[in-house]
Design a binder for this molecule. Sequence first.
Ligand code: NAD
Ligand code: UDP
Ligand code: UDP
Length: 343
Amino acid sequence: REAYEHRGGFGFVNSGGKVPLGLKRKGLRIVVTGGAGFVGSHLVDRLIARGDSVIVVDNFFTGRKENVMHHFGNPRFELIRHDVVEPLLLEVDQIYHLACPASPVHYKFNPVKTIKTNVVGTLNMLGLAKRVGARFLLTSTSEVYGDPLQHPQVETYWGNVNPIGVRSCYDEGKRTAETLTMDYHRGAEVEVRIARIFNTYGPRMCIDDGRVVSNFVAQALRKEPLTVYGDGKQTRSFQYVSDLVEGLMRLMEGEHVGPFNLGNPGEFTMLELAQVVQETIDPNATIEFKPNTEDDPHKRKPDISKAKEQLGWEPKVALRKGLPLMVSDFRQRIFGDQKENGA
Ligand code: NAD
Ligand code: UDP
Ligand code: UDP
């Protein structure tokens, strides 16, 4: 640690990444686990643009090199193929911990692996944060509220989660990750931050990850029917990725542990979403009803008063503004007419 503290040129070790008053801000060393994924890669773009040094740690389960390869050759960028379930030694100032499959199709593919990623993976990254005195941010999820009995969801709500269902590997996994994060905070004085992220969309989402926005957009572009599960009256609130990244960075830099809901309170039924996709891409797109999946939450909408008040954050991009940005990325990737990576 001694050697580390005196290695010049970088951030403020053991200050949790805080910049002492009166000093010009130097670049920090930041790890982004899951940084080759959808949200992570947009976060990396912002951190690199801000002048920080970024180490992406990713096992490429759902992430892609294409999402970050525009940083190859930049001396402030490193990409490590590593599974967070295994220990990792690095010297850094901040850790954004995103590694975890996020779409139901991917997290149900190998549920035990999902649990291990959430529990052992989070434990390892907290152990790393403790050893080097780094500040640690967990990307938790609105899924911790389960099929909520309170609407909209406030951070003080404890949730309604099935512990033995097909989604439990993800939602109980994230709940345990939150517990670990708070126990390292209380027991080992690790500086931590917790974000509860609501459904997020944008360029670079996996095209075939089964999430509703990526499904509808890809289906409409391919002239296939939009698959609405169940009666389509269930609701979600959709946040554009740049709003989320802004919220994550404010949370990391701010003074509050959280948890904070980060989401767009605009609530849509799946049928309304299908309609917006029709308006944006193809008014003639048809709708096909399919049976719903097990344990599907009936409604979800964040109460973001706490983030507004304590982080000065609120989303800026409405669904009808954000969707076209995602559509042009999907169009390029599906029809391959231009460069591969998103905006
Ligand atoms: P994503 O699947 O695009 O990104 C996850 C990344 O983690 C991928 O690059 C994947 O390869 C990597 N990864 C998975 N398991 C790993 C492991 N064991 N070791 C190392 N890397 C691993 O998903 P995303 O939408 O970018 O989600 C990022 C984070 O945000 C996740 O933790 C997710 O739970 C959370 N989140 C996302 C949403 C959303 O709507 N996108 C909502 C709530 C929470
Ligand atoms: N760990 C890691 N990198 C580090 C420090 C710790 O991956 O730089 C892992 C370590 O292997 C352990 C976990 O984080 O599995 C928790 O570490 P901690 O020191 O809190 O607990 P302990 O090692 O005492 O069980
Ligand atoms: N859904 C749908 N059609 C699809 C994919 C999903 O109607 O092609 C529904 C799904 O049943 C759920 C909602 O859309 O009610 C959101 O699903 P998603 O997998 O995107 O996210 P999550 O359930 O994790 O919020």
